[in-house]
Design a protein. Structure first.
Length: 308
């Protein structure tokens, strides 16, 4: 079947069209996305009128594209930016009434579980006990387990975009701001480490998300042009060195580093601080980067439901 997935993230809203059926990997057929930066369009704890209008406009556009591309089923979901907005459900209700698109808000732990499912399917059973870490714009997801459903799934408000907005006031951030954020991030993650490690040491530690892909790239991993099947890893020693370097240079300078997106360069320092903290606190010397993440997890779960 041809399936459309509309992913309403904190930074990017993305429509992915895939050809998929049970027993086969989803094949991307078309991709359309826009940097709406919904998390930056919060007015206090409410999504602003501008944010709602931007999202509604993209949904209308996505519907037309889905129709043009022959999509049979459209699955839509929203993550932390809408989840954290006090009026998030009201906004989605109005969009639902206007476009007939039912955007479901994913709870943080569900986001972690679906990402874990995608990673498990990508690497398979030979990976043994998996630990999966994902840094989004608004939240950090951690999941671990031996099966397709993780034993533990955690979501923390430690997304790269959120932390950049809340903790940094200058570019580059001051050493004091970096130090305070580092202390905050490590304290938040450390509180939850016991929930994860009590189930056992992971056989395979994996990272997903644009943040980890960019960090791995600047630390020496192969560029995306070499395709999804090239093995890419991020070493903790290299990450620690790059975290210090990134914090000392401006957004413009970061954007000039091969592999760094200009649109995400501003939040890469916060993302690196979170990544470094997670690797250190979980005792990981290396993370392998998985090309599949939340969107693929949503697709796979949907296929499971359709064919069951």
């Amino acid at each position: 079947m041809r399936l459309g997935v509309l992913d309403v993230g904190s930074n990017t809203v993305h429509l992915l069209v895939v050809d998929a059926h049970q027993g086969a990997r989803p094949l991307p057929a078309f991709s359309h996305k826009a940097e709406l930066s919904l998390a930056a369009l919060l007015d206090g704890d409410r999504l602003s009128a501008e944010g709602e209008e931007r999202l509604a406009g993209f949904v209308d556009e996505a519907l037309q594209i889905a129709e043009d591309k022959g999509v049979e089923t459209l699955v839509a979901f929203a993550t932390s930016a809408v989840r954290d907005a006090a009026n998030g459900e009201e906004v989605l209700d109005r969009i639902r009434e206007r476009s007939q698109v039912d955007i479901k808000v994913l709870a943080g732990p569900d986001e972690a579980k679906l990402t874990f499912l995608a990673v498990r399917r990508w690497f398979g059973w030979s990976s043994g006990r998996l630990l999966v870490v994902d840094i989004g714009g608004g939240s950090l997801e951690i999941a671990a387990g031996i099966d397709e459903d993780p034993d533990v799934a955690i979501s923390l408000p430690l997304g790269a975009g959120r932390l950049t907005r809340d903790w940094f006031t200058s570019d580059p951030p001051s050493p004091d701001e970096v130090r305070k954020l580092r202390r905050h991030v490590r304290a938040e993650i450390a509180r939850r480490v016991g929930e994860v490690v009590r189930y056992g040491t992971p056989d395979h530690a994996v990272a997903t998300s644009k943040t980890f892909k960019q960090l791995a790239r600047i630390a020496g991993a192969a560029p995306s042009s070499e395709g999804p099947f090239v093995r890419r890893t991020l070493q903790n020693e290299a990450l620690t060195e790059w975290t210090d370097k990134l914090a000392r240079i401006s957004t413009e300078e970061r954007a000039g580093i091969p592999g760094v997106s200009e649109r995400r360069a501003s939040q890469l320092v916060a993302g690196a601080i979170v990544a470094d903290a997670a690797m250190d606190l979980f005792g990981l010397t290396q993370l392998e980067v998985c090309p599949w993440a939340l969107r693929e997890g949503v697709i796979l779960r949907r296929l499971d439901v359709i064919t069951s």
